[in-house]
Design a protein around this ligand. Structure first.
Ligand SMILES: Nc1ncnc2c1ncn2[C@@H]1O[C@H](COP(=O)(O)OP(=O)(O)OP(=O)(O)O)[C@@H](O)[C@H]1O
Length: 281
């Protein structure tokens, strides 16, 4: 099994912000969630991957090809960004005609099947679509030219839970044959927790962790104890702390904590928040 996406030592500097030595590897057949606070560097990383902005250093490989050869794999990448890039005056028939000329492997039957599945109206132009419909259209287009890798930047934000669930199902079907992969950034961490195999956290332009989701869930827990009990804990096993007048809650490496402590399961959102909080302190 090869890697579909490899980022090695990527750096990119803007005034007041640096994407700092980013290393990410996504094997074929998996979904990676890319998480981090506003301004952490998610979109900048995605733009570097897609060669939409110039990087200062490092290499990006998609299906084994670097940015100089990106043209060779362009057809193999489906992209969905937050903003729609389609002219608003188009209807679905016109979208199909345009995409037929853009992508060699454009499959109008597959496109039609997604349009039907998502109930997108044929008789309206895109400007009369709701936000959810526009996003479903963008995803339908991205999936209708037989891509190997789907890259989504905040593609499900602003959509209701039913629509998001429908889209998550489509993602899971897409990767089922183990030949397809997805790299997705989102602030809706619970969605990512449902479908992702790997989670990468970026904070202030640096990767905090890039790891299998199940490892993260297995490794961390939330310890709840009194201030005096907390004093006895080895702080090497503590990744973030919240203290108040009643006691302490901390993200801990749960297997390393011995003694009679209450340790609740941590979800990916907890793990992200505690990691970032510790770095802010
Ligand atoms: N063209 C640009 N020129 C200067 N600074 C930029 C440019 N594009 C992005 N930045 C800066 O880079 C930083 C990272 O922005 P980026 O859009 O990558 O964050 P993000 O993690 O995608 O955030 P969000 O979750 O809010 O979308 C921010 O400080 C932003 O102001």
């Amino acid at each position: 099994m090869g890697n579909i996406l490899e980022l090695k030592d990527i750096s990119k500097e803007y005034e007041g912000f640096k994407l700092d030595n980013i290393n990410i590897t996504l094997p074929s057949g998996y979904i990676m969630g890319f998480i981090g606070e506003n301004g952490a560097g998610k979109s900048t990383t995605i733009k570097v991957i897609l060669d939409l902005i110039h990087k200062d250093s490092g290499t990006v490989k998609i299906l084994g090809k670097d940015s100089k050869e990106l043209k060779l794999v362009k057809e193999d990448i489906g992209v969905v960004m937050d903003e729609s890039y389609l002219p608003e005056t188009l209807n679905l028939k016109e979208v199909n005609l345009i995409m037929k000329n853009v992508y060699k492997k454009w499959d109008k039957e597959v496109f039609k099947s997604y349009i039907d599945r998502f109930n997108l109206p044929n008789n309206k132009t895109i400007k009369d679509y709701s936000r959810g419909m526009k996003m479903k259209l963008a995803i339908s287009i991205a999936l209708s030219h037989d891509p190997k890798l789907l890259i989504l930047d905040e593609a499900t934000s602003g959509l209701d839970p039913m629509v998001r669930d429908e889209i998550l199902d489509v993602f899971l079907e897409f990767i089922r044959d183990e030949q397809h992969s997805i790299f997705i950034s989102s602030h809706i961490i619970s969605d990512l927790e449902k479908v992702c195999d790997y989670i990468t956290l970026i904070h202030k332009g640096k990767i905090v962790f890039t790891e299998e989701k199940d490892n993260l869930l297995e490794k961390y827990g939330i310890l709840k104890c009194s201030h005096s009990e907390f004093e006895k804990i080895n702080k090497e096993n503590v990744k973030g702390v919240r203290k108040n007048q009643f006691g302490v809650e901390a993200l801990v490496l749960k297997r390393k904590i011995s003694g009679k402590y209450v340790i609740d399961p941590a979800n990916i959102e907890d793990i992200m928040l505690y990691h970032i909080k510790e770095r802010v302190q």
